[in-house]
Design a protein around this ligand. Structure first.
Ligand code: M6R
Length: 610
């Protein structure tokens, strides 16, 4: 969740570190800091409560010059957001460390180090690691050895970067459970939690594997695996272009990412579908054999990715006739399972680094599933590396904490997967061609929805002074309603709950009055008449309705019923298209309320801790 960046170079690193932090701020934004080594006996450090801009002001006033440095933007776990708890943490004047993750046995180590005479200035688990490495350093006289011998003492998840003033030409990094990437430069090298941080300085990256430790110098990178064996990690080029992580003309990343959807949905289809069919070889050479043998699908994910999985369940059962279960990873990992024979384990994750999803995958690999398939947006992420088969979404970097284009590209990838599975389970060529043709129309339909932005912005004004809201959908639109509710609560802080519309009278109808806006998605499918009855139930209680309805569905605007007419959409692809107006609605409500749209309070983009 926190962001780490580091650099060793011929040039001053302060600017590189600051820009890296700005790009990592989506990972955590309650405080930020950096430590720079300049050849003197002490590490220089600056830390500020609040956003990276506060740190930037501080180091502009008092620059930290030097050719080696580490920096951090924090999402608090142990200890409140404060300057004292901000990273880097130091031990003595010379050793500085930044950390992403959680050290579970920190209390035990803290007691031990206190007994050894170390004094603590923060409440964090990270300071414990600083002192532990310092203790080893005093005995061993080498930073690399000191970090290496500290690792077996740590329980939990971590990515660490450590520097020492006495060794001003390298940094030592290691990872276990939290991501860390090395940016390969020319005569300079870098590290970060995410390659996006380093795009201004390099486009070549090496992803560390679990248990790796690396010694990074400006002209040399040495990596050892968990067993201490020297290893080479492949160098990959970043494919999306350095400006893909810039806001450009848009006011917020979220808006830019909403508008990118026609392009990235198309990109996710490219090479995977012809005019009339899915190319299953594009899902991997093993795909045909696997799809022949899958009798059940278990989907695991968190948040928005979980909602994508819920939509996929409707598709998989309807089109492939294969039973499908969907569960949030944090629940799945802590309960006993009955695993049906030949069950495919399918993880969905934008980042590929979500701790609960990874933990579920690791359990599943031991538990007798047929294979693990990942749908993921980040090449080189832990999820991608640890899965048997991967379908990459082509959303490009998603920076806004609220997931938008990741969701619609996940749905695109899931529908392609479903069609491939369905073909192995008797889906006719005609039906496949019909759905593939509908899929080809989605980018254009999403563009049509984006053209309704002005009207949706107008609609959003009604939410400004509301504290609660209900989102309703039926069938595969129920997860779309859930996703709409998640977006609204996440960025506008308005309480939003989603219900299958048929459940309304079993409880939530009691909440409905004029202060409770009710948002509904109503494509023209065989449930629309039932949905209309549900809407009547709301109107009869004085509830104000905001309906996104197919033009031909016959939902009429009247007093208290605001209707946004949408173009006709195939019922299978409707969840992809109907998501977009809900994204825009939440965005505009948040902008009107003046919240921090891209970095909503208390959240971080990538949840790499439990
Ligand atoms: O990277 P992942 O897809 O695994 O992330 C899962 C959730 O943390 C994520 O979707 C979260 O719910 C978003 N902030 C929703 O907008």
């Amino acid at each position: 969740m926190c962001g780490i960046v580091g650099a060793v170079s011929e040039r001053d690193v302060q600017g590189i570190l600051l820009e890296g932090l700005r790009r990592l701020e989506y990972r955590g934004y309650d405080s930020a800091g950096m430590a720079v080594i300049n050849g003197g006996p002490h590490a220089q450090r600056a830390r500020e409560l609040g956003k990276v801009s506060a740190l930037a002001e501080a180091v502009e006033a008092n620059p930290l010059n030097g050719h080696l440095g580490i920096a951090h933007t924090r999402w608090a776990t142990h200890g409140e957001p404060s300057q004292l708890n901000a990273h880097p943490h130091m031990s003595g004047d010379g050793l500085a460390i930044v950390h992403n993750g959680i050290i579970e046995n920190y209390q035990e180590l803290r007691d031990e180090l206190k007994a050894d005479g170390f004094e603590f200035t923060s409440q964090t688990d990270t300071e414990v690691v600083a002192h532990l490495i310092q203790k080893n350093y005093r005995e061993q006289g080498s930073l690399y050895d000191a970090v290496k011998s500290a690792i077996p003492r740590l329980r939990g998840a971590y990515a660490l970067a450590v520097v020492h003033a006495d060794e001003p030409d390298h940094l030592v990094v290691c990872r276990e459970g939290s991501p860390l990437v090395i940016g390969v430069g020319i005569g300079e090298n870098f590290i970060a939690s995410d390659q996006l941080a380093l795009l201004p300085v390099t486009d070549r990256f090496m992803f560390l594997e679990e248990g790796d430790i690396a010694d990074i110098r400006k002209d040399r990178i040495e990596i050892h695996d968990r067993e201490g064996t020297p290893v080479e990690r492949e160098t990959n080029r970043f494919e999306h272009g350095a400006d893909s992580a810039e806001k450009g003309e848009y006011r917020h990343f979220m808006l830019k990412e909403i508008y990118e959807q026609p392009k990235v949905i198309k990109a996710t289809m490219e090479g995977r579908v012809t005019d009339s069919r899915v190319l299953e070889q594009a899902l991997g050479t093993e795909a045909a054999n696997l799809l022949d043998n899958v009798r059940h699908v278990q989907i695991i994910a968190c948040g928005t990715s979980y909602h994508a999985g819920m939509v996929a369940r409707y598709w998989i059962e309807e089109l492939a006739g294969v039973p499908c279960s969907v569960e949030v990873a944090s629940e799945f990992r802590y309960r006993k399972h009955v695993i049906q024979p030949d069950t495919l384990f399918l993880c969905i994750s934008q980042s590929g680094e979500t701790a609960d999803t990874l933990a579920a995958l690791r359990q599943a690999k031991k538990a007798g599933f047929r294979a693990a398939l990942a749908i993921c947006n980040v090449p080189g992420s832990s999820l991608v590396r640890e899965s048997d088969l991967v379908i990459m979404t082509q959303a490009g970097p998603e920076i806004g904490v609220a997931s938008t284009k990741a969701f619609t590209t996940q749905l695109t990838a899931l529908l392609i997967f479903t069609l491939a599975l369905a073909r192995h389970n008797g889906l006719s060529a005609e039906r496949e061609a019909d759905i593939v043709s509908a899929l080809h129309q989605v980018p254009g339909q999403v563009s049509d929805i984006l053209a309704l932005n002005g009207g949706i912005e107008e609609m959003s004004r009604a939410f400004m002074d509301k504290f609660h809201s209900l989102f309703l959908g039926r069938g595969s639109q129920f997860p779309v309603a859930m996703e709409g509710a998640l977006k609204l609560k996440e960025i506008s802080y308005i309480h939003a709950e989603a219900y299958p519309a048929g459940e309304l009278k079993h409880g939530p109808l009691a909440l409905v009055d004029s202060e409770m806006p009710v948002v509904t998605v109503a494509p023209n499918n065989d449930l629309v008449e039932k949905l209309k009855s549900n809407l009547e139930e709301v109107r009869a209680r004085g509830g104000e309705l905001f309906v996104f309805a197919d033009k031909s569905a016959g939902v009429k605007a009247e007093e208290g019923v605001h209707v946004m007419q949408l173009p006709p959409v195939h019922e299978i692809t409707a969840p992809i298209v109907y998501t977009v107006p809900l994204q825009l609605l939440s965005y505009h409500v948040a902008v009107l309320k003046g919240t921090d749209v891209d970095q909503p309070r208390n959240l971080a983009k990538s949840v790499t801790v439990e």
